[in-house]
Design a protein around this ligand. Structure first.
Ligand SMILES: Cc1cc2nc3c(=O)[nH]c(=O)nc-3n(C[C@H](O)[C@H](O)[C@H](O)COP(=O)(O)OP(=O)(O)OC[C@H]3O[C@@H](n4cnc5c(N)ncnc54)[C@H](O)[C@@H]3O)c2cc1C
Length: 462
């Protein structure tokens, strides 16, 4: 490994090759502190050609490369392994917005651009980039693409797959693929860009992307809705106007309890304690759209217990506070699952019942993008239980959750990806042919297994 460091320094400049353990520390642990690795160096290229030079040097030396953007991923995908022989390739210097094309409604950005900055650039042009995540102040477009990020507006605009028209990628052997086409129609063969979206850095390094923009929302209304059960949420979802519905988020009472306990100044918008809450948002590109009236009419006809309608985004802090609030309550077991929307009530009732029987007093902090059938079905230990005792049951409890997801034709990773955290367990729920195709694609692009080693793809016979 030491032999390659001089070449890396020459490729990116000595100031952008970090080997000091103190300066590397932040790159070696994930946002939750759940995954910690070691590395020979962190390299910070400033552009596509420098990325290519880094990959060529690492390939020649047989050194593994771990791409990293904002390091907000939740499956340990951006953290190197414990052996200390890999190099972390940080994209944070590559944050230029190369072009905004109003007529084509596209923006071309470098992979290290922070999501919030891209949203701001689109907004400044009177347009909108709709991907919106709790981590948008830190996560990067490259990370969003590599994990096929979802977030709150998927039910209207889709995931990163639907938002991407073109990519520029450096392949593991250092070749640059310039696929930055801003076309909505391009049927000239395999859709190669989609191979890299959701690949979590295992097939190459994304260096830039052409993304779709949309008309900005000029009117917006949100409602906080108290509900008796998830079935009432699914019924309400079906009554809302699809062409204006931009978000439909669900939270259990236990999720709201944690926000009220840990987020300074947080107050429940409705009096009393209700089993479930939905945050509903309608938007329209016309300023004069009478959204509050539309929403009020639907709410009158639907099975809601109570509701508060508010303009703008004032209610969002409660929904966005859940992840941080749950962290403050100690370690939690997280499951990011999806089932067909109509099966959410059955999923919740079957899983809640099984887990409460297995662990009396368990706190089920489930919340998420229910308009996409996606729940973050997270578990916090019963009060008074030791952290270790609860953590020791993680695998058994995950099996309970995932077996029910599989029985309902769902997926055990809706939007956070696979990384290392879910690699082995995902393999247990995929057909053998699908696993074999993934291995074959990986071997084609990366025969040496040097791109984000050990992530996503379950090894044959492993
Ligand atoms: C508070 C919070 C809320 C979140 N909410 C959501 C949510 O609603 N929806 C959602 O989908 N996710 C969510 N996430 C997860 C996370 O923010 C997303 O997965 C995000 O897209 C990761 O971007 P990043 O730049 O931080 O990537 P990183 O964490 O740095 O990397 C993630 C993966 O992408 C790879 N990668 C990064 N950059 C590149 C590149 N240029 N080329 C190739 N591979 C690359 C890494 O190797 C790694 O495997 C949330 C996270 C937090 C902390």
């Amino acid at each position: 490994v030491t032999g390659v460091l001089a070449e890396l320094a020459a490729a990116v400049g000595p100031a952008n090759l970090v080997t000091d353990p103190d300066l590397m520390r932040g790159y070696l642990v994930d946002w939750r502190g759940a995954h910690v690795g070691r590395a020979a160096a962190v390299v910070r290229p400033g552009g596509t050609e420098e990325v290519a030079a880094v990959l060529r040097a690492c390939r020649a030396a047989g050194v593994g490369v771990v791409p990293q953007g904002g390091n907000t991923g939740l499956c340990g995908g951006a953290v190197p392994s414990a052996d200390g022989g890999e190099v972390v390739l940080s994209t944070t210097r590559m944050r230029r917005i190369r072009e905004l094309d109003r007529e084509n409604r596209t923006i071309t950005v470098e992979a290290g651009a922070v999501l919030a900055a891209v949203r701001e650039a689109a907004g400044a042009a009177g347009l909108m980039f709709p991907l919106s995540l709790g981590s948008e102040g830190s996560c990067t477009i490259g990370g969003n693409l590599a994990t096929n990020a979802g977030g709150a507006a998927v039910l209207r605009y889709g995931t990163m797959r639907e938002l991407t028209l073109g990519l520029e990628v450096v392949l593991p052997d250092g070749r640059v693929w310039s696929g930055l086409r801003g076309l909505r129609k391009d049927n000239t063969g395999y859709d190669l860009k989609q191979l890299f979206v959701g690949a979590e850095g295992t097939l190459g390094v994304i260096t830039a992307a052409v993304l779709r923009l949309f008309p900005a929302a000029r009117s917006r209304v949100t409602a906080w809705v108290a509900l008796p059960d998830p079935a009432a949420a699914v019924e309400l979802l079906g009554l809302l106007p699809e062409d204006r519905l931009s978000c439909f988020e669900l939270m259990s009472a236990e999720s709201l309890d944690l926000v009220l306990a840990h987020v300074p100044g947080a107050r429940s918008p409705v009096p009393g304690r209700w089993p479930w809450h939905a945050l509903v948002e309608l938007t329209d590109s016309r300023p004069e759209a009478a959204l509050a009236e539309v929403l009020a009419t639907v709410l009158e006809r639907s099975p809601v217990a109570d509701a508060v309608v508010a303009p703008g985004r004032v209610l969002w802090a409660l929904r966005e506070g859940v992840a941080e609030a749950q962290n403050k309550e100690g370690p939690s077991l997280k499951h990011d699952v999806t089932v067909p929307i109509g099966r959410i009530p059955e999923f919740v009732s079957r899983t809640d019942t099984a887990l409460r029987a297995a662990v009396p007093g368990i706190r089920i902090v489930s919340y998420g993008h229910v308009g996409d059938g996606n729940l973050h079905y997270n578990l916090t230990k019963p009060r008074g239980t030791a952290d270790d005792e609860f953590a020791a049951r993680a695998e058994a409890l995950a099996t309970v959750v995932y077996d029910i997801v599989a029985a309902l034709d769902g997926s055990i990773s809706a939007e956070h990806g696979v990384g290392v955290a879910k690699r082995d367990v995902v393999a247990g729920y995929k057909p053998a042919v699908e696993l074999a195709m993934m291995r074959e694609i990986k071997a084609l692009f990366d025969p040496g297994g040097l791109m984000n080693p050990g992530k996503v793809v379950f090894p044959a016979g492993g």
